[in-house]
Design a binder for this molecule. Structure first.
Ligand code: TXA
Ligand code: MG
Length: 307
């Protein structure tokens, strides 16, 4: 369970944004209005902060999160835009369009944000509250909708409080959101553009490959290590790279102190490390299934089941 918070609500103002930025830079997720829905924003370069998003939402699985940036130039520092992606960005940004593009090497984005994928979802929001927070933090901000897992996306600060009250430190209240619907998502990762999620922006049909709409959270492409992976390992065979947890010391440890936030923050980096090691198989120590552990175990099971 995330540590209990007294959740404050502050009306959007320069002082409120300064306080939100202080919290974000200290690694805390903060709820803030965007033009689509309220987002739960955290520093996308800080894996622990991103893990706290999952802890607060109680989300049972890790999906790639959308990264918010102030403008196209900032987006191009993180992702690689081809001509069609740039054209869509120039036409619709700032606004409720997310573009999934190849992730740049050395982007500094925590692997938990992209769920280990080599692509990144980027969005330049138009809402002044989210824009002010981006300016005050000077960091890219990962932000899913600010609701507990399974609850409806929040279009008012009161909705955020119903769902996440006591689980986050601060909500920046800027009234009802204009669009009330999550952003349109288009993938521009080579080949034809693909519509991943319908949303407020209508994308011309001729731009989009037919019949490829994917439900969010049901992505076919999930990062999985190339090597076979064994779960609930209490020790390693000679050809296994052991990812430890708690009292089980491995070649590396998700969290020696059994801290699930630390474990979530480390998960994808350690899977990469295991994949790159000179051992031919991977073993992972048992991770408890409570709280964030559910999402960690979901991801480990998928990695173990991958062909
Ligand atoms: O309107 C919005 O987009 C809101 C506000 C807060 O900006 N944010 C939002 O974020 O809806 P989120 O995290 O709930 O949306 C994540 C979805 C994933 O489920 C997936 O469909 C897609 O964005 N996505 C993000 N990165 C992706 C990637 N690298 N590859 C494929 N899909 C990606
Ligand atoms: Mg959502």
């Amino acid at each position: 369970m995330p540590p209990p918070h007294h959740t404050r609500t502050l009306a959007f103002s320069p002082e409120a944004i300064a306080e939100a930025a202080r919290l974000v830079l200290a690694g805390e997720p903060v709820a803030v209005a965007t033009e689509t829905v309220y987002g739960l924003a955290a520093d996308a370069t800080n894996a622990d902060a991103v893990a706290r998003i999952y802890a607060a939402k109680g989300r049972p699985s890790f999906n790639p999160l959308i990264v918010h940036v102030p403008d196209l130039a900032a987006a191009e520092h993180l992702g690689i835009f081809d001509d069609s992606a740039r054209a869509l960005a120039e036409q619709h940004w700032p606004g409720p369009l997310t573009l999934v593009v190849p992730l740049r090497e050395n982007s500094g984005i925590a692997a938990l944000v992209t769920a280990g994928l080599s692509t990144i979802g980027l969005r330049v929001p138009v809402h002044p509250a989210m824009q002010a927070l981006l300016a005050a933090c000077g960091r890219p901000l990962a932000a899913p909708s600010a609701n507990a897992s399974g609850a409806i996306s929040p279009t008012r600060a009161e909705h955020v409080l119903v769902s996440l009250g006591g689980r986050i430190p601060l909500v920046i209240d800027a009234g009802a959101t204009e669009r009330g619907l999550e952003s349109t998502i288009v993938a521009a990762t080579g080949g034809p553009l693909r519509l991943l999620r319908r949303g407020p922006i209508e994308i011309a049909a001729e731009l989009i490959e037919a019949g490829t709409i994917e439900a969010p959270g049901q992505l076919a492409s999930h990062y999985a290590p190339a090597k076979p992976l064994r779960l609930n390992a209490r020790g390693a065979a000679p050809d296994e790279y052991l990812i430890g947890f708690g009292e089980i010391v491995g070649d590396t440890s998700l969290s020696p102190s059994s801290d699930l936030i630390e474990a979530a923050a480390n998960l994808f980096d350690h899977l990469y490390r295991a994949d790159a090691s000179d051992k031919s198989r991977i073993a992972v120590a048992p991770v408890p299934t409570a709280g964030l552990g559910a999402a960690i175990n979901d991801r480990l099971r998928r990695a173990a089941a991958a062909p």
